[in-house]
Each structure stands twice: as structure tokens, then as C-alpha cells.
Design a protein around this ligand. Sequence first.
Ligand code: ZN
Length: 374
Amino acid sequence: MLISSAFDSGNIEIIKADDPSDVRLAIRKDNNSDFYQWFHFRVSGVEDTPCKLTIENAGGAAYAEGWEEYKVCASYDRESWFRIETEYDGTTLSWEIEPEQDSLYFAYFAPFSMERHADMIAEVSDSPLVSTSVLGHTLDGQDLDLVEIGYGPEGRKKVWLIARQHPGESMAEWWMEGAFDYLLDQDNPVATALLEKCHFYIVPNMNPDGSKRGHLRTNAAGANLNREWANPSMDRSPEVYLVREKMAETGVDFHLDVHGDEALPYNFIAGFEGIPSLTEKQMKLLKIYQDLLCIISPDFQQEFGYDVDAPGSADMKKCTDYVAETHGCLAMTLEMPFKDNDDLPDPEFGWSPQRCRHLARACIDTLHHMVDEL
Ligand code: ZN
């Protein structure tokens, strides 16, 4: 039996792997940080062999409540990621399987590799509606890609969509794949109508270095990008610095920052209720958007989510608060589950790349319904 993680977004440390029935593992911390929870590794040499895998340091992960009722993602072909029940005892997380093939992969959520990201950027570039640009380089020297979709910003609403500030939240880039498919389908009347009114600025992966390194929450320097918006720097958080500069140049009329939540088994939106210059119009738009998305997608709900910020308690280090305050627009954080949507559970796959793509379409439909209010 062999275990490896020396690949894109790989993360695992081997404590003991000489007995398939008692494999002991640990998740590696993000570089320069205490955060950890993302894992992704391959087990080989195990066909028809009963295996029990235990992550010994699960209890110390960033969001330990994320392990309760959690089912691990597994795949033989790296395309279809099915779920396996786990046991969490407050300290360790373990699961059992008798693999049907020689090797299989396990991950916290279906991975979205930087190779797939590069393929996606190359593919969308083919559309006459798209122009791509590289905003600059990350600390590891990777490209920070911006995709613009539309006929030009003049006279149109500037719509910003960003994802994966937290690199372990790979569901956010599956969402982006759905958004691109939907917006670039020239037979889609919603896209056609929306592109008359909006110009899209899309950063499908805000954190390429953390993604490749197999981090949960930070970039190469250990910076949590969603705490860098008040004062980003090229030394520590070039990803935020470059996007913030571009936003200042283009202006922002609508902004959605796509994330995943470890603990809550629901899709929900977090707003900006604590910003100093909150307007009635912003609050009205936030309500309209969420009410409409509830109608359009049974995968969205408003009952479960984060506590609403008290007036004046905003944290400008966070993207949504910063953008809502600076640009006076509707800015939202969309959270998807690592586990499943408990309102519409899927025992086999849980919350999946396919469901992420559908939710992206619903979010764009919702924008189409209310774009004239912006
Ligand atoms: Zn996040």
C-alpha cells in the first residue's frame, strides 16, 4: 500500500501506513499559518483490501464542527466524487472502504486543479464575447487571471464575480465553471439579455498559490486573503492588491464573492449590514436578491446562515464589507456547503460540482430578474 499527495492541491502527512486496516494520517497546516482542514491524497495497492483511514489531527482543524455529519469525497476516475460516511469522535476522523480498484483518491471536497483552471481560461478565451487578461503574478509566480465577458463597460452595469479567496473552497470554482457555461451559451436568452445591460469582470480563482499548495485558507505567504482588503500589499497579498486596483479603475455595481462553509449544510448569503455608510437602497437590493434566489433555486434558503452584523461593526478587511462600503453597491458573500444541502440531500454525492454549477445558473438568473434595480 502506498499513499501520495505530491500533486496539485495534494495535502496529507503519513503517520503510519504499513497496515491498510489501520492507516494513520494528519492534515498539513497552510504555510506560515495554523489553518488546516483541506486534504487530498491517493491510496494505491488496495484493490479488494479492507481499509480504515484515520486523520488523527481532525479535532484541531480550523472548523472542527465541519466534521460532524461529514462524508468524505472519494473518486476512482477523478471525475466522479462519491461520498463515504465518516466517524468523528471529537479528535479523530475515520472512514472505511474496500476499494474495487487498485487506487483511489480522497479529498475534503471535489478538487478543482490549476490545470483545469488553465483549461477553463483557454476554453472561454475562444468566445468572441470574452477578453482575458493577467492582472499580475502571485508570490509563487502564477498568473492571476481576469475574464471579462460582454460588449464593453460603457453604459452598462459593472458586475464583479470572484471565487476561491479561500483555496480549499473548491466548490467556488465549480460554481464559476457553471457561470461561464451559462453566460457563454449563445442560445441562452438570459445571457443574451443580461449582456445587453452588464459587463462582467470575473476572477475565477483569487488564490492560485493556495490552491496548488493544498491550503485551506491562505496564500503562499500565509495571508488569509479575505482579511486583506483594507490594506493589501504586493509583498503579502498581491492577489487582493491587484483586484482591488482593477475594481477602483472599473467601478462596481454588483459584486458576488463565492465561498464554501465547513459547518453549515446549506447555501446562504452573507451581506454587509455593518458598514458605516449603509444605504436603504443597498439593504433593499440585498433583500430583493435573496428573495428572488429563494424562488428560483430550491438549493437556496434564508433560514440558516451567519449572524447579521450589528450596525457599525463592519470589518473592512473582508471583501464584501470593503466593496459595499467603497463602491456603495450590492456586494454579497455566497456560501455553499462542504457537506450537503440538508433541504435537498443527495446521499450518494452530497453537495457536488454539478450542484455548484446549477446554483451558478440560478444566481445569474436572479441577477437578470433584478438588474434594472441596481
Ligand atoms: Zn471562505
